[in-house]
Write a protein that binds this ligand. Structure first.
Ligand code: ATP
Ligand code: MG
Length: 650
């Protein structure tokens, strides 16, 4: 990457924490950063000690780059830490999970009830032949049985691999086969926009080509009338029947700190999904600590992370982080616009959500839908908000702050990856002043940097590669059965340092500004321009709801920026607007940044976790055959965009 500066942060406002928040912050005071930097291993070990270990570790870290072992020789069980220690103590009758189904059904599960169900399912899995080290694929909607299945696997030492409940036969089959699962947990279906998603049917079709799969456990979510299923004798078992027959107590397996906990495939926005492998002790310590300090979880909080458990945010901040803290978390099954576009705000109002964690893509959608919907709901319980998944453009940040947080809830923009296991860069609420669009500074104990092609730190305001300098507890240990790819992808570019694949800039205050994927940075007439900067500029225009920018190959300039734009309700997508937008961007960021083409669209191709798939937009703009589309939320969008692009061009 040749050096180029970024204008993004220059006129940024800063939001100081309120003294009231500071006074009660779990993170204490700013000295936490210096203490952690002076001795990161002691910092992490201090939090690991707050977990329950059957046998204590002999050494905190064993680092033989690029392989780390955390809490060496320590023995623990994740379900024990997330369930037993609360269920057997003062939190037995505390609600662990508030589930709301899309049709409006609500189920509240206490820690004592969670204990019972996790234990029974663990015994049921054992009775079906699952033992320590076996892989179990989980293909479920967002229902209580999803977190429960994860916990039951951890109880017996089975390695879970969750596959998002909206994925196709092909995506499911590939993931099941890649990890060699012998059992699939699925359901007759789930609700999505008032329709039944027939998961068992998809699982049946996938299983035809999954030679390792011996058994299937089926949760009854919908019922035979709307979701008839075929149960294959000897292979398929009803979840509720298994639980009713199971022994109520299953002793937790003593897992080594470095035993694998789960394999999860990345969202595939940059290429073929990678099987990220996480282990037990370090991961749990990382998600426990970050949940406690960043989401500031207190016993009376109601925490709602809107992600799906099908991706890492759901693993770390719906299931393991909050439960390890004994928190109450919300699980919502359906879409944000069913029955109406105020559904999320209604969920917050009804369950009195205090900490809310969502994604920029959702925030931009809510902005597009207008302020009246959130304004008509009582959101006064919200005291803290988070965002994750993509860089958040300042415009969306400010809207989130004003309309949802009413200016009183600090915003934690959290940068991390499936690979990192837990949040890596984010403000500690109450301690760190925030700036719209910046994830602020690395979490205590994490050393990140922005470097040039030679691995040297770049000057303030200059774009470079985001790297992590030292191992951290929740880091991936390898890629499932592909250590060579692990070394090559993450550790070969700058030996000893983890390559995140993202570009970033540091400002004069040491704040990190994420610039998106390195692959998404364009080289236009010799200038490095991040697609994210152009997108942020476009979204500042009142007519633009959302934008995706890519660099299209260009004979003279190398690459030329092309923008795909979704127009806000009430605006007209026509040539005049396209011209105006080109000028608008040129004026804001300089003439080289002016997009050459603007294509109006109703939708953008996104992964199931809501990330824009720029590589597919590049394929479209450059007239190539589309790459892997299996992780797309709606494959029809790319097909129609391709048609539209070709007809506009020709
Ligand atoms: P693949 O690696 O297969 O392309 P993916 O990277 O989209 O998939 P995830 O691990 O879910 O899959 O996403 C992590 C990426 O999301 C980060 O590398 C970064 O690009 C982006 N990201 C996540 N949170 C933030 C954030 N707060 N600010 C900026 N970017 C973010
Ligand atoms: Mg990635």
């Amino acid at each position: 990457m040749s050096e180029a500066t970024s204008a993004l942060h220059e006129d940024s406002r800063s939001f100081a924490p309120s003294p009231e928040f500071t006074a009660q912050a779990n993170a204490g005071d700013l000295s936490i950063y210096d203490k952690a930097a002076a001795d990161p291993e002691a910092f992490w070990a201090g939090y690991a000690e707050q977990l329950d270990w059957f046998q204590k570790w002999t050494k905190v870290l064993d680092w033989d780059a690029p392989h780390a072992k955390w809490f060496v020789d320590g023995k623990l069980n994740v379900s024990y830490n997330c369930v037993d220690r609360h269920a057997k103590g003062e939190r037995a009758d505390k609600v662990a999970m508030i589930f709301e189904g899309e049709p409006g059904d609500v189920r509240k599960i206490t820690y004592a009830e969670l204990y019972d169900e996790v234990n029974r399912l663990a015994n049921a899995l054992k009775s079906l032949g699952v033992t320590k080290g076996d892989r179990v694929s989980i293909y479920l909607p967002m229902i209580p049985e999803l977190p429960i299945s994860l916990l039951a696997c951890t109880r017996i030492g089975a390695i879970h691999s969750v596959v998002f409940g909206g994925f196709s036969v092909e995506s499911l089959r590939d993931r099941v086969n890649d990890c060699g699962a012998k059992l699939i947990i699925t359901s007759d279906g789930g609700w999505r926009r008032g329709n039944v998603v027939a998961l068992k049917k998809t699982a049946d079709e996938a299983a035809v080509d999954c030679p390792n799969v011996e058994k299937m456990v089926v949760v009854k979510r919908i019922g035979a009338e709307k979701a008839p299923v075929t149960m294959e004798a000897g292979r398929d078992f009803w979840y509720d029947e298994l639980l009713a027959a199971a022994e109520p107590v299953c002793e937790p397996e003593w897992m080594d700190s470095e035993d694998p906990l789960f394999v999860l495939y990345t969202s595939g926005s940059t290429g073929k999904p990678k099987g990220i492998q996480h282990t037990t002790g370090g991961y749990l310590t990382g998600v426990y600590t970050t949940s406690k300090l960043i989401f500031d979880l207190k016993d009376n909080d109601i925490f709602w992370c809107t992600a799906d458990v099908g991706w890492v945010t759901g693993h770390s901040y719906i299931v393991y982080g909050p439960l390890a803290n004994g928190a109450t978390m919300v699980v919502y099954e359906g879409s944000p616009d069913t029955p109406a576009r105020d559904r999320f705000w209604r969920v917050i109002e009804k369950h009195k959500v205090t900490v809310f964690y969502t994604a920029p893509t959702a925030i931009r959608t809510f902005m597009k839908w207008g302020d009246a919907l959130p304004n008509s709901c009582d959101l006064s319980t919200i005291r803290l908000m988070g965002t994750v998944g993509e860089p958040i453009n300042p415009e969306a940040w400010l809207w989130y702050n004003d309309v949802i947080g009413k200016g009183k809830a600090p915003i934690c923009d959290t940068w991390w990856q499936t690979e990192t296991g837990h949040i890596m860069i984010a403000p500690l609420p109450g301690l760190v002043a925030t700036k719209p669009g910046s994830a602020t500074r690395p979490f205590p104990g994490i050393t990140a940097d922005v470097v040039n092609d030679h691995g040297d730190p770049v000057p303030v305001g200059t774009k470079g590669y985001l790297v992590v300098n030292k191992p951290w507890p929740g880091m991936l240990r390898t890629l499932w059965q592909d250590d060579a790819r692990y070394k090559q992808v993450y550790w070969s570019r700058f030996p000893g340092r983890y390559l995140t694949g993202d570009g970033a800039v540091k400002d004069a205050d040491g704040y990190f500004w994420l610039m998106g994927r390195i692959d998404d940075i364009m080289l236009v007439a010799g200038h490095n321009i991040s697609t994210m900067e152009l997108e942020s500029a476009l979204v500042e225009h009142p007519a633009v709801a959302e934008a995706a920018v890519i660099g299209k190959a260009h004979d003279v300039k190398g690459q030329s920026p092309v923008a795909f734009v979704i127009v806000r309700e009430g605006y007209h997508a026509d040539d005049a607007l396209a011209t105006e937008l080109k000028k608008f961007v040129g004026k804001k960021l300089g003439p080289v940044c002016r997009p050459d083409d603007i294509l109006f669209t109703a939708d953008l191709p996104k992964t199931r976790s809501g990330k824009i798939m720029r590589r597919l937009l590049r394929d479209i703009a450059e007239g190539r055959v589309l790459g892997d589309t299996t992780t797309l939320a709606d494959p029809n969008i790319v097909a129609s965009l391709k048609d539209k692009y070709t007809s506009d061009e020709g």
